[in-house]
Design a protein around this ligand. Structure first.
Ligand SMILES: [Cu+2]
Length: 115
């Protein structure tokens, strides 16, 4: 009898744990995020439109190192040199149009439009 109660309690505990994991995964999905891929010396998409509060992650898929640096003093961000498969994330809190570029290859430019 005692064994049965203990087993039930353990099952209930395991169920609660699973519920907690589901809730955590749900809230992570709701947090707005977007990705820009760096490939072949270009930011893709070149213009990304997101809503305020979105965490934008740049992912370098190129064989060359690149950086991401804001061209707008109102919204300052600068990544270190990103090697292949390195990522850099910046959260855009305020609406606006923000241009950025790669400090290693200044012809590489992109824009994030925050609504
Ligand atoms: Cu570059």
């Amino acid at each position: 009898m005692l064994t049965r109660i203990t087993r039930r309690a353990l099952l209930a505990f395991a169920g609660g744990g699973a519920l907690f994991v589901c809730a955590a995964a749900g809230s992570a999905q709701e947090a707005p995020s977007a990705q820009i891929v760096i490939d072949n010396f270009a930011f893709q998409p070149a213009t990304l439109t997101v809503r305020a509060g979105t965490a934008v992650t740049w992912l370098n898929q190129d064989e060359e190192p690149h950086t991401v640096m804001s061209a707008d003093p109102q919204m300052s961000f600068k990544s270190p040199a990103l090697d292949t498969h390195d990522k850099f994330t910046f959260t855009f809190a305020k609406p606006g149009t923000y241009k950025y570029f790669c400090t290693i290859h200044s012809h590489m430019v992109g824009t994030v439009v925050v609504q």
